[in-house]
Design a protein around this ligand. Structure first.
Ligand SMILES: O=C[C@H](O)[C@H](O)COP(=O)(O)O
Ligand SMILES: C=C(OP(=O)(O)O)C(=O)O
Ligand SMILES: [Mn+2]
Length: 409
């Protein structure tokens, strides 16, 4: 048990860290990790509980069918891409995506997948270099470095402190952006809508060290972001990530892949949504264009009236990853649109509101995703490929997906 150092901090229930947790780094420096956890534990909260509840309040409108969420940003943020001006560029892109939806008359809730999206679950623990050397895989800048060397790939607990510092920088950047826009007196209320931040709550050492007391509601909240989500690879019912989500008062998301069972989904909704407001839980469906029509209807039916207690978001990225013949990961915009289309249709058929999009996007004109399947043939090389993990939509492609979604509402 870690001792408390300020009035704001809480005792960390070590028992939760002792439940099985998937995709945790092998920090291999326990004393260093303990010191970092202590240091984080004594730092101020990154976000306050009040703004987390404000987001939950906005998400209630979404659950009621009166607004939509646009949650968008990097797959894996790099520390080197997290300076103030870069966070502002990411926020501006999100703003433009929301404007597109709002110009169609749909109020939006804007949630960045940035200012803290620094950790990744991976398919394989190691990667083999062209010379045959096997090194640990990149797990996000909060864990190790992207550079393909054994030294860079060592899981370094000190990176958790940098993740904290850069999240604080990102929040300052968002605050400054808001201030400048309000002083500019644009008079356009949508310009002044708050930008909330979110990330996958993957690294339990980090998230636990940043638990803080929620004085308004009692219990604890995650002070690392306004909203956190639990990934498809860490949402096992008997594992630590869901137990963590259960004990925080923030809005939370859970990714729902094609193999989720009705029993799992019912348990997730019962554990995370029951007893909370309707804005508490977002189910982020990421089944892939080929599987969604086959898998989603049974899940919505099984939930019955519980389906209306939650917010439903479509992540049309993670079920649609393909590889080019040259071995680059990519996604096809028409697949993404097809999944969004089926998502909206299926939910509507069940009288449930399609509550929004969860997208991986870049504010730069990258060429990581392609527009059509036809482009995948031959020796295609995606030349502007800057993502540290998954392929992101460039600004034009992202706009196209949002327009497609809003037309279906
Ligand atoms: O972003 C999601 C996952 O971390 C990512 O898709 C895993 O990628 P990988 O299959 O290359 O490990
Ligand atoms: C890891 C991710 O996705 P999923 O959990 O849906 O695979 C992600 O959102 O980057
Ligand atoms: Mn991703």
């Amino acid at each position: 048990m870690i001792t408390t150092t300020t009035q704001e901090t809480v005792m960390i229930p070590d028992a939760v860290l002792e439940i099985a947790a998937a995709h945790q780094p092998d920090w291999s420096a326990p004393e260093e990790l303990a010191a970092v956890r202590n240091e984080l534990h004594g730092r101020p909260p990154l976000v306050d509980a009040h703004s987390c509840h404000a987001l939950a309040g906005e998400l209630e409108f979404v659950a009621r069918g009166e607004a939509v969420v646009i949650q968008a940003g990097d797959c894996a943020e790099l520390f080197s891409d997290s300076a103030r001006h870069r966070v502002q560029a990411k926020a501006s892109q999100l703003h433009h995506l929301c404007e597109t939806a709002e110009s169609a008359g749909v109020p939006t809730v804007r949630i960045g997948r940035f200012a803290g999206q620094f950790a990744k679950p991976r398919s394989c623990a190691t990667e083999v270099l062209p010379d045959g050397t096997e090194i640990p895989v990149y797990r996000g800048d909060a864990v190790n470095g992207l550079n393909p060397t054994a030294e860079a790939r060592r899981a370094d607990p000190a990176r958790l402190l940098t993740a904290y510092d850069l999240t604080a920088t990102g929040l300052d950047a968002l605050f400054m952006r808001q201030l400048l826009l309000s002083e500019g007196g644009s008079g356009i209320s949508s310009m002044l809508a708050p930008t909330y931040i979110s990330h996958e709550a993957l690294l339990l050492d980090f998230e636990h060290a940043l638990l803080r007391q929620d004085k308004a509601r009692g219990g604890n909240y995650a002070s690392s972001a306004h909203m956190v989500w639990i990934g498809e690879r860490t949402r096992q019912l008997d594992h630590a990530h869901l137990a963590f989500a259960e004990r925080i008062t923030n809005p939370v998301g859970v990714k729902i892949g094609p193999n989720a069972t009705p029993e799992e989904l019912i348990a997730i909704v019962d554990r995370l949504a029951t007893g909370h407001g309707r804005g508490r839980l977002s189910l982020i469906v990421r089944m892939g264009a080929e599987k969604i029509a086959d898998r989603l209807p049974a899940l919505v039916t099984a939930l019955g009236t519980r389906a209306g207690q939650v917010t439903w978001l479509s992540d049309p990225m993670h079920g649609n990853t393909k590889k080019t013949t040259a071995g680059q990961k990519t996604r096809v915009v028409t697949d993404i649109e097809a999944e969004v289309g089926d998502f909206c249709r299926i939910l509507r058929e069940h009288r449930v509101h399609p509550g929004g999009l969860h997208l991986e996007v870049s504010p730069d004109p990258v060429t990581e995703c392609v527009d059509t399947t036809a482009e995948l043939t031959g020796a295609l090389r995606l030349d502007r490929y800057e993502s540290a993990c998954d392929p992101r939509l460039n600004p034009d492609q992202a706009q196209r997906v949002v327009r497609h979604f809003t037309k279906l509402l």
